[in-house]
Design a protein around this ligand. Structure first.
Ligand SMILES: [Zn+2]
Ligand SMILES: [Zn+2]
Length: 239
C-alpha cells in the first residue's frame, strides 16, 4: 500500500493533470473517477429538481404542466428528459471541454449520470444515438454521442443501436433559428441502410444538448416511419 501510494504521488508529479472545470491539479486522491474532473466539481453536478415541462423537461416557473415552447406544438417524440440546465456555468463548461477540447474522458463522467436515470426506465430499453454531422466528426475526430453510448454499454450494460445516419452537409444547428433548423434537417436524417433484425418498438434517443427539439423531432419522425412505436429522448442538458 505504501509502495502504491508513493508510486501514485510520483506519477502525479510527472504527469500533472488538471480538472477541466476549475483548473485545479488532479491527484490520485482528488480525482473522483477515470475522467478529468476533481471531486469538488463532480459533486456540484446535481440533476435538476422541481416541476418540469411534461414534454421537454424545461423547469417550470409559473406555467402548468407544459412550458411556453411546447404549448400548441406537435412533437414526434413522446418526451425529452435533460439531466442538467445548460445555463449552469459548470454544465456549459463541461460540455465545451467534452465537445470542443477533446476531453473525451468526460463521456464516462456524463455516462454515469445518464445511467442513473436510465436504470429507472424499462430494463430492456435500446438507446439510439443522434447521428453526428460529418463536418463535426472531421473537426473533432470523434462522435460525442456515440462515445456516450459506448460508455453506457461498457460500464453499465445498456444496449444501443445505430439506426440513423446524417447525410449531406447541413449547417450546424446552433447557428440557426427554429424555422431554419427544421429546414436544415429535412432529409438530412435518414435510416441507416442494412439494419439487421428489425427495429425495436421503444427506443431512447440520446443526444448531448436539447435546444429547440428540432433534431430530436426529425430523428423521431424517421424512427417512427421505420416502425418504432415510441421514441423518448434523453439529453445531458437543456438550453
Ligand atoms: Zn475541479
Ligand atoms: Zn416544454
Amino acid at each position: 500500500m505504501i509502495f502504491s501510494l508513493t508510486a501514485h504521488r510520483v506519477l502525479d508529479l510527472l504527469f500533472p493533470e488538471r480538472c477541466v472545470l476549475c483548473g485545479g491539479y488532479l491527484s490520485f486522491r482528488s480525482r473522483r473517477g477515470p475522467f478529468p474532473v476533481c471531486g469538488d466539481c463532480a459533486g456540484s453536478f446535481v440533476p435538476e429538481a422541481g416541476p418540469r415541462c411534461a414534454v421537454c423537461s424545461m423547469p417550470l416557473i409559473s406555467e402548468d404542466r407544459l412550458c411556453m415552447r411546447c404549448r400548441g406544438r406537435e412533437r414526434r417524440f413522446a418526451d425529452n428528459h435533460s439531466l442538467f440546465l445548460y445555463s449552469r456555468p459548470r454544465v456549459a463548461r463541461a460540455l465545451a471541454a467534452y465537445k470542443g477540447e477533446g476531453a473525451t474522458g468526460l463521456a464516462i463522467f456524463f455516462g454515469d449520470f445518464l445511467a442513473d436515470h436510465l436504470r429507472g426506465l424499462d430494463p430492456g430499453l435500446v438507446l439510439v444515438p443522434v447521428p453526428c454531422r460529418r463536418e463535426s466528426l472531421t473537426r473533432r475526430g470523434f462522435d460525442q454521442v456515440l462515445l456516450l453510448c459506448r460508455a453506457l454499454r461498457r460500464r453499465h450494460g445498456f444496449r444501443y443501436r445505430r439506426l440513423l445516419v446524417r447525410s449531406g452537409g447541413g449547417r450546424e444547428q446552433k447557428t440557426l433559428n427554429r424555422t431554419d433548423r427544421e429546414t436544415n434537417l429535412r432529409g438530412a436524417i435518414q435510416p441507416k441502410k442494412s439494419i439487421r433484425g428489425g427495429v425495436p418498438k421503444r427506443v431512447v434517443l440520446l443526444d448531448d444538448v436539447f435546444t429547440t427539439g428540432a433534431t430530436a423531432d426529425a430523428c423521431a419522425g424517421v424512427l417512427t416511419a421505420m416502425g418504432v412505436e415510441r421514441v423518448s429522448v434523453l439529453t445531458i442538458a437543456i438550453d
